[in-house]
Design a protein around this ligand. Structure first.
Ligand code: CAA
Length: 259
C-alpha cells in the first residue's frame, strides 16, 4: 500500500496520507508520492473535487518527519521546504477544489497541507498548530505565508511564536476551519455533499473562480478587478457558459460538458 492513496468515486478524488504508524508525518517519500498524485489528479478529468484526509482516527498529518529532518544540512533543508511548498502551491493552483477533512492532529506541515486546501473541515478531536518554534525551526511548507494571509499577521504570529495547539472549535472561531463534526464519518459525508453541490456547477467556472480568488488575492484591488474581468471573459469562451445561460432562460437544468 502506498504512503499516499488516491481513490476515485462519482467524481470525487479521495486523497489519503497513509502512514498511520508515524501519524502520517511527511518525509521525502510521502512528498514524492503526493507530488505524483497531485499531477495525476490535475490530469484526470473524472475527478472534479478532492477530499484530503489522513489515515486512521488520530491524525490528519502530525507534520514534517522530524526523524528525517534531524540531520538535514541547511541546503537540504531549503530543498525539502521548496519541495513541500511546490506541491502545496500546485494544489492551490489546481483548478479543482481541495477540501481538507482534518481528523485529529494537523501540525506543522500537516496544518500547512490543510491550509493549501480551499477550505477546512475538522472533527471535534482535531488539534491544529505550528509546533516548529518549539523545535527551534520555523514552518517551511508555506505556513508563515498562508496562515497570515488567512487570519492576519497578529494571530499568525501568536500561533507560530507560542507553538500552541488549538482545538477545532478555536480554529473555527478564527475562521481557519469552516465546520466542526463529531466523527470522521460525519465530516466525510458532509464534504461529499458539498462536493456534489460543487459538481452541479460549471467545472471550468469553478476553476476560474478558484484562480480569481487565489491569484487575485495578492494583487492590488485594481489589478485584481482587471484579472477578474479577464477570467470573466474566459468563462464566456466556454460551451458550458452558453449552456448555463441558455438553460436558465429555457427553464431547464443545464448539462455541462466541461468544455
Ligand atoms: N515526525 C516524525 N515522527 C512523528 C511525528 C513527526 N512529525 N509525529 C509523530 N511521529 C511518530 C512518533 O515519533 C511515534 O513514533 P514511534 O511509535 O516510532 O515512537 C508515532 O508517530 C506516534 O506518535 P507519539 O507516540 O508521539 O503519539 P502521541 O499521541 O504521544 O503524541 C503528537 C502525538 C502530540 C502529535 C506528537 O506525536 C507530536 O508532538 N508530534 C510532532 C508534531 C510536530 O512537532 N510537528 C511539526 C513538525 S516540523 C514541520 O512540520 C516543519 C514544516 O513546516 C515543514
Amino acid at each position: 500500500m502506498g504512503k499516499v492513496i488516491l481513490e476515485v468515486k462519482d467524481g470525487i478524488g479521495y486523497l489519503t496520507i497513509n502512514r498511520p504508524d508515524k501519524l502520517n508525518a511527511l518525509n521525502n517519500e510521502v512528498l514524492s508520492e503526493l507530488n505524483t498524485i497531485i499531477d495525476d489528479i490535475n490530469k484526470n478529468s473524472e475527478i472534479r473535487v478532492v477530499i484530503v484526509t489522513g489515515s486512521g482516527e488520530k491524525a490528519f498529518v502530525a507534520g514534517a518527519d522530524i526523524a528525517f529532518m534531524k540531520d538535514l544540512t541547511p541546503k537540504e533543508a531549503v530543498d525539502f521546504a521548496r519541495l513541500g511548498q511546490e506541491i502545496f502551491f500546485k494544489m492551490e493552483q489546481s483548478e479543482k477544489p481541495f477540501i481538507a477533512c482534518v481528523n485529529g492532529y494537523a501540525l506543522g506541515g500537516g496544518f500547512e497541507l490543510a491550509l493549501a486546501c480551499d477550505f477546512i473541515y475538522a472533527t471535534e478531536n482535531a488539534k491544529l498548530g505550528f509546533p516548529e518554534t518549539g523545535l527551534a525551526i520555523i514552518p517551511g511548507f508555506g505556513g508563515t505565508q498562508n496562515l497570515s494571509r488567512l487570519v492576519g499577521k497578529n494571530i499568525a504570529k501568536e500561533l507560530i511564536f507560542t507553538a500552541k495547539m488549538i482545538t477545532a472549535s478555536e480554529a473555527k472561531e478564527l475562521r481557519i476551519v469552516s465546520q466542526v463534526f463529531k466523527t470522521k464519518d460525519e465530516m466525510i459525508k458532509f464534504a461529499e455533499d458539498v462536493a456534489k453541490q460543487i459538481m452541479k456547477n460549471g467545472p471550468i467556472a469553478v476553476g476560474l473562480a478558484k484562480r480569481a480568488i487565489a491569484d487575485g488575492f495578492d494583487l492590488t484591488k485594481e489589478d485584481g478587478l482587471k484579472y477578474e474581468a479577464s477570467l470573466f471573459g474566459v468563462a464566456f469562451s466556454t460551451n458550458d457558459a452558453k449552456e448555463g445561460l441558455t438553460a436558465f432562460l429555457e427553464k431547464r437544468k443545464p448539462e455541462y460538458k466541461n468544455s
